[in-house]
Design a protein around this ligand. Structure first.
Ligand code: MN
Length: 233
C-alpha cells in the first residue's frame, strides 16, 4: 500500500506471566457504575432501580502501561486531575448484540486501571452540556497494569478494589457493588457498537475519587486480578 507516511504503531499491554503482549484497539468506559460514587458526584441515586449504563471512550493510544512503576505525565489545562481506579476488561474476541450468557466468552483477561479525569474541565462540560472527550480522553488518561488472563483470574464477580496514594487509602470498594455487571456491560455495549478483539472496557470506579499532584505515587489493586503502580510526573 502506498501510504503518505508509515501507519502508527498500536499500543500494547503486558500480559502477566507471558512474553506476549495485548494489542489495544479501542477504550470504552462506563460512567457511574457504583452507587456510592454516583452519590459523591452529586448524581441522583437510583431509588427505583438502575438507570441504563452510559458510555464514553478514550482513544486507543491514550493507554499508558509498562513494567513496574508506570510514569504518567500530569496533563495540561487542568488544576484538578482525579484518579478513578477501575477493573479493566480486555476482549480477546468481538461481536454485536452479544447476549449476557455469551459475554464472558469474549473476555481475554482483566487488569487494574485508572480512568484519569480532568475533573474541573468535566464539571464545565456538564454545566454546558458539552461532550466529555477532552476531560476524559487526553494523552495517557487510561493507565493500565498487566492483563491477568481469564485462565488465571476466572471471571471475578466480587473482591476488593482499592487505591492508595502515597501509601494513604483513597478508594475502597467491592466488585459486587457494580450496578451493571461485566457481562451485562458487554451485552449492552455490543448493541451500540460491534465489539472487537483488543477493545478495553473500564467498568467504573468506587467512591473516594480525588485530586493528584505531580510526584504522587499510586498503588491500586483488584483481588484476584493484580496490582498497578504509577507515578504522576
Ligand atoms: Mn471512570
Amino acid at each position: 500500500m502506498n501510504l503518505v507516511f508509515p501507519p502508527h504503531s498500536v499500543a500494547t499491554l503486558p500480559i502477566a506471566g507471558s512474553e506476549q503482549r495485548f494489542p489495544v484497539r479501542r477504550i470504552f468506559c462506563v460512567g457511574r457504575n457504583y452507587a456510592e460514587h454516583a452519590r459523591e458526584m452529586g448524581a441522583i441515586d437510583q431509588a427505583e432501580g438502575r438507570e441504563p449504563p452510559f458510555f464514553f471512550s478514550k482513544p486507543g493510544d491514550a493507554v499508558v502501561s509498562g513494567e513496574g512503576e508506570i510514569g504518567v505525565a500530569y496533563p495540561p489545562l487542568t488544576a484538578n486531575l482525579h484518579h478513578e481506579v477501575e477493573l479493566v476488561v480486555a476482549l480477546g474476541a468481538g461481536g454485536a448484540n452479544v447476549t449476557v450468557d455469551a459475554a464472558n466468552a469474549l473476555i481475554f483477561g482483566y487488569a487494574v486501571g485508572l480512568d484519569l479525569t480532568r475533573r474541573d474541565m468535566q464539571a464545565k462540560a456538564k454545566e454546558k452540556a458539552h461532550p466529555w472527550d477532552m476531560s476524559k480522553g487526553f494523552d495517557q488518561s487510561a493507565v493500565a497494569g498487566a492483563i491477568c488472563p481469564v485462565a488465571v483470574s476466572g471471571h471475578p464477580a466480587g473482591g476488593r478494589i482499592w487505591l492508595k496514594v502515597n501509601g494513604q487509602a483513597r478508594q475502597e470498594g467491592d466488585l459486587s457493588a457494580m450496578l451493571w455487571k461485566v457481562a451485562e456491560i458487554i451485552a449492552n455495549l455490543s448493541t451500540l457498537v460491534r465489539l472487537e478483539a483488543g477493545d478495553l472496557i473500564y467498568t467504573g470506579t468506587p467512591a473516594g475519587v480525588g485530586p493528584l499532584v505531580r510526584g504522587d505515587g499510586l498503588e491500586g489493586g483488584v483481588d484476584g486480578v493484580g496490582t498497578l503502580h504509577a507515578r504522576i510526573v
